[in-house]
Design a binder for this molecule. Structure first.
Ligand SMILES: C[S@@+](CC[C@H](N)C(=O)[O-])C[C@H]1O[C@@H](n2cnc3c(N)ncnc32)[C@H](O)[C@@H]1O
Length: 154
């Protein structure tokens, strides 16, 4: 399996958010390859456009782009595991993008093959890295039949 990539705006400093991401990323086989892009300056719209252009320029050829977007589709963990299988079967490099404080530019959302939501709540972008890594670990557990994911509900 090719390693998934994570393109994210902003430098994650040492602290609880970095620890959370590192905790789950260390459990992933293979782990995310992370590329951080600097936060841009300017008005909110300019900043989104500049960050969006940098994100798009950093995509590998043929990338299957999954934009982390609260307005996207919010699947169950099991449905995400099925999506992961489909994405993997394409053989394209899988790239997740996380926006900065102002969110993702419409150009990035338009380029995205999939818009993945963690629910309608707005999460801080540095926390989204850890939440995504945990869900990707859960997907790995579901696909491997590992008891980390307990599917039973009352
Ligand atoms: C602070 S949020 C940006 C909020 C911005 N107003 C928006 O609507 O996107 C920063 C980034 O975190 C990610 N994010 C935040 N909440 C999310 C959620 N519920 N689902 C998926 N991604 C989320 C997105 O990539 C977003 O661009």
């Amino acid at each position: 399996m090719k390693p998934p990539r994570l393109l994210a705006i902003g430098r994650l400093k040492p602290g609880p958010e970095a620890d959370l991401f590192a905790h789950y990323n260390a459990r992933l086989r293979p782990p995310f390859i992370v590329t951080e892009l600097p936060e841009a300056r300017g008005s909110a719209a300019e900043l989104r456009r500049r960050e969006g252009a940098a994100l798009l320029a950093a995509l590998p050829e043929g990338a299957l782009l999954v934009a982390m977007d609260l307005g996207g589709q919010a699947p169950s963990s099991e449905a995400l595991a099925r999506l992961a299988e489909r994405w993997e079967a394409t053989g394209r490099p899988l790239v997740f993008v996380i926006g900065g404080a102002e969110g993702l530019d419409p150009a990035v959302l338009a380029r995205a093959d999939h818009r993945l939501s963690l629910g309608p709540l707005t999460w801080p972008h540095f926390l989204v890295r850890g939440l995504l890594a945990e869900q990707w670990y859960r997907v790995q557990a579901i696909r491997g039949g590992h008891p980390y994911h307990r599917a039973w509900r009352p």
